[in-house]
Write a protein that binds this ligand. Structure first.
Ligand SMILES: [Mg+2]
Length: 407
């Protein structure tokens, strides 16, 4: 039997939550983040602000130019988290498989919960109704319905705000041929450029391009994945938070293009690995308590340190600090050729709000940074330390899962 998958994306989420909370802000162009007169960027824009052309990640001064009356609000992480909990509670009443994809998006596996496309539409409208009833008039969402996650996500993107789009066998190819390659979740700027370099400029061209050549260019995994995308195929499953917690460990390792003794360089790579690891943890809604840092040396011997903490963490910077502590005390016996980190002892991340103001600011900021990176590609926003990564930059695309690099 074919699956029925919903992708639900809240519209102008943070801004809508603010407008719901404060009637004075309703109907007005508002943005969250991007402190006035600073060099920061917009985190979210209301529907009214979007009409002026204001977008996420736009610099403050540019937004101000487009709309001089723009109202700026400080992000209020706990308020958004609270609202997210409320809509997830609603989703859980409609399906037993709800995957939290980001603070304002979720996948629902509705297979078995609706008979056909029409009953799927009815269910979607019921969800919209419940959100309005239980959370508020201002909170709207776009729902995409399809036979898999890839197409459902495309569908929810096609009508904003308050959309409801079905992609099925009848309109699938027509829809796929009308979108741009980077409309696919998973095709970022870098992949897009590489596709253009080999003359693949549209989804249709990608579909016609020989899979062997894609595999040669992008490797067996991603080459095949690109081909599947062009046909609208995707067999990934909707994974609920409980199932997700069964992942045993998350690790990242990197083999340097040359051996080095330079701790500064090693630390920069470590920071990058922690960033990757942290992002995966957060994406999977997990946090870990046991950290393992490991190195392989030029003579192929290896060494590592393991530490188990009192609390669960998933903030990249927090991971890095632990690594820094260990590495700064450690005398390298020979030149390093591989660096890795593994986080285990995992649990679903309850995201307890930190006690201290300084930690709290960072805690509330992390989801926004992730959102920007999700949307605009890895490391669009990154620790300043990584900007200095000069000698290694070209190789940075080669970071990969470390489990087969170290045992
Ligand atoms: Mg959204």
């Amino acid at each position: 039997m074919k699956k029925i998958i919903f992708h639900i994306d809240m519209n102008s989420y943070f801004a809508s939550v603010e407008q719901q909370a404060n009637p004075f802000l309703r109907g007005k162009p508002i943005v969250v983040g991007g402190k006035e007169g600073s060099r920061s960027v917009i985190v979210a824009a209301s529907i009214e602000a979007k009409k002026f052309g204001i977008k996420t990640a736009m610099p403050t001064f540019e937004a101000k130019k487009l709309c001089p009356n723009l109202i700026f609000l400080e992000p209020d992480g706990s308020k958004y988290m609270q609202t997210t909990k409320m809509f997830l509670k609603i989703f859980n009443q409609f399906s037993d498989k709800v995957e939290v994809f980001s603070i304002d998006e979720a996948f629902l596996d509705m297979t078995g919960w609706c008979k056909n496309w029409q009953s799927a539409r009815d269910k979607a409208n019921k969800i919209k109704f419940e959100i309005k009833q239980q959370i508020g008039e201002r909170i709207t969402c776009s729902i995409g319905i399809a036979t898999n996650k890839l197409l459902a996500k495309l569908a929810s993107d096609m009508q904003k705000p308050n959309g409801l789009v079905v992609i099925n066998e009848k309109n699938k190819i027509q829809v796929l041929d009308s979108i741009k390659l980077d409309d696919f979740c998973g095709i970022g700027r870098r992949i897009l450029q590489r596709l253009e370099n080999i003359g693949v400029e549209s989804v249709k061209k990608l579909r016609q391009y020989p899979v062997e050549k894609l595999v040669r260019e992008f490797g067996p995994f991603y080459g095949q994945k690109l081909k599947d995308m062009s046909n609208g195929h995707d067999d990934s499953v909707v994974i609920s938070a409980e199932q997700e917690a069964e992942v045993k460990s998350i690790s990242r390792a990197y083999t340097l293009p040359y051996d080095t003794f330079d701790k500064q360089e090693i630390l920069q790579v470590l920071l990058h690995l922690c960033e990757k690891c942290g992002r995966e943890l957060r994406h999977k809604k997990l946090a870990g308590r046991t950290l393992q840092f490991f190195w392989r040396f030029s003579d192929f011997t290896h060494s590592g340190f393991r530490v188990t903490l009192d609390s669960y963490i998933n903030d990249s910077l927090e991971l890095y600090k632990r690594g820094l502590e260990i590495l700064s005390r450690y005398r390298l016996p020979s030149a390093v050729r591989l660096i890795g980190i593994r986080v285990s002892n995992l649990a679903p991340n309850s995201r307890q709000i930190p006690l201290f103001q300084a930690d709290r600011q960072r805690f509330e900021l992390v989801p926004y940074l992730d959102q920007i990176n999700d949307r605009y590609g890895e490391l669009t926003v990154k620790p300043a330390h990584l900007l200095k990564l000069s000698r290694l930059r070209k190789k940075i695309g080669g970071f990969r899962q470390g489990s087969d690099d170290f045992s």
